[in-house]
Design a protein around this ligand. Structure first.
Ligand code: ATP
Length: 329
């Protein structure tokens, strides 16, 4: 059975980690984490189109900067290069599409993916993972309609996502969540919070493995074992929202190694606080810096202050929903 559905567009959010506690690596080299994720209102969009008559690659992918996004401005001004995104089997959206085909028992044919990218690449905001999450959701719905079968369940998608990258299950879930293990064991955190964040992207990326290697070399000093748990106060500060309390609890163990690799980040962190942010931290493995503002107005003011100094900055809110279908055609 086939369906008239030819195209599904899904989106997924970027993330930051309000707390990211790192433990000593296990024998297989993975770092156990205790982290508090929040999904950020900066969304990647993936459109999956099915053209069974296509003679091209089984799964092809194209990428454009999301019109009007800060990432589009970065590309325009030469501060980011679209060519940093692989357009072959290494692209996380392609790998996600192939994973859905495999799980549904169909050989991929004529699947075209188009990514509209709003999240800076290699910035510690999980843009590639968001592409994977959006592709999982879009391709799942498209193929299920085409085959006339039940779509994969959210749990099945999450398991596929975990094999693609540690952040992918959270991008599917969204909101706020505790992450354990490599970050794939999730516990949703109920929250009525509306946090106002300002991201300051940098003109170069940082490689996540390089940041972990630096942490291993310089900060895992006494093999301290398991990561510290996320304190209950951090969860309490999300419901009801208490940004002042949250600001005192933010902690990212990957920040010191990220700053070692890119010392200019220290100045950015201090300067955001001088300009009025409650606190600032390196997002994930960096190098994007994230600031917490008191209110939406304070976030806009911070963006203006950074822009005035010729620095890019964008205000956004968190938490927001995870991956979802936005359009069908
Ligand atoms: P993480 O902390 O999960 O590594 P990040 O936000 O720092 O995330 P990403 O933007 O996800 O970094 O990209 C990391 C690398 O993944 C890129 O340098 C790129 O080579 C590769 N990559 C694979 N697929 C994608 C994709 N769809 N978009 C961006 N990068 C991708």
């Amino acid at each position: 059975m086939t369906s008239a559905l030819r195209r599904v567009t899904a989106s997924a959010p970027a993330k930051t980690n309000l707390l990211l506690h790192v433990g000593s690596p296990t024998p297989d080299g993975y770092h156990p984490l205790e982290t508090l994720f929040v999904a950020v209102d900066l969304r990647e969009t993936v459109t999956a189109t099915l053209d069974p008559a296509s003679a091209g690659a089984a799964v092809s992918v194209t990428v454009e900067p999301a019109p009007g996004s800060e990432y589009a401005r970065m590309v325009e001004q030469g501060a980011a290069r679209l060519t940093d995104i692989p357009l072959d089997g290494r692209n996380l959206a392609v790998r996600a599409a192939l994973a859905v085909c495999d799980a549904m028992g169909v050989s991929p044919s004529g699947l075209e993916l188009h990514i509209r990218k709003a999240v800076p690449v290699a910035g510690g905001m999980g843009g590639g993972s968001a592409d994977a999450a959006a592709a999982l959701v879009a391709v799942n719905e498209l193929l299920a309609a085409h085959l006339g079968t039940a779509p994969l369940t959210p749990g099945e998608l999450s398991r596929l996502g975990a094999r693609l990258g540690a952040d992918v299950p959270f991008m599917l879930l969204g909101g706020a969540a505790l992450g354990r293990g490599t970050g794939t064991e999730l516990e949703p955190v109920p929250t009525s919070a509306q946090l106002h964040l300002v991201f300051v992207p940098q003109d170069r990326g940082l490689s996540t493995p390089a940041v972990y290697r630096r942490w291993d070399a310089a900060y895992d000093l006494t093999a301290h074992g398991a990561p510290d748990p996320v304190p209950a106060q951090a969860l309490a500060a999300l419901d009801p929202a208490n940004p002042e309390a949250l600001a005192t609890l933010v902690r990212n163990d990957l920040q010191p190694p990220a700053v070692d690799l890119l010392p200019a980040l220290a100045g950015v962190l201090d300067h955001g606080v001088e300009l009025g942010a409650l606190t600032g931290w390196v997002s994930g493995s960096g190098p994007t810096v994230c600031f917490l503002a008191r209110s939406a107005d304070a976030a806009e003011q911070l963006v203006r202050a950074f822009s005035h100094e010729g620095r890019r900055a964008l205000a956004t809110a968190a938490p927001v929903p995870g991956a979802r279908v936005d359009a069908r055609g």
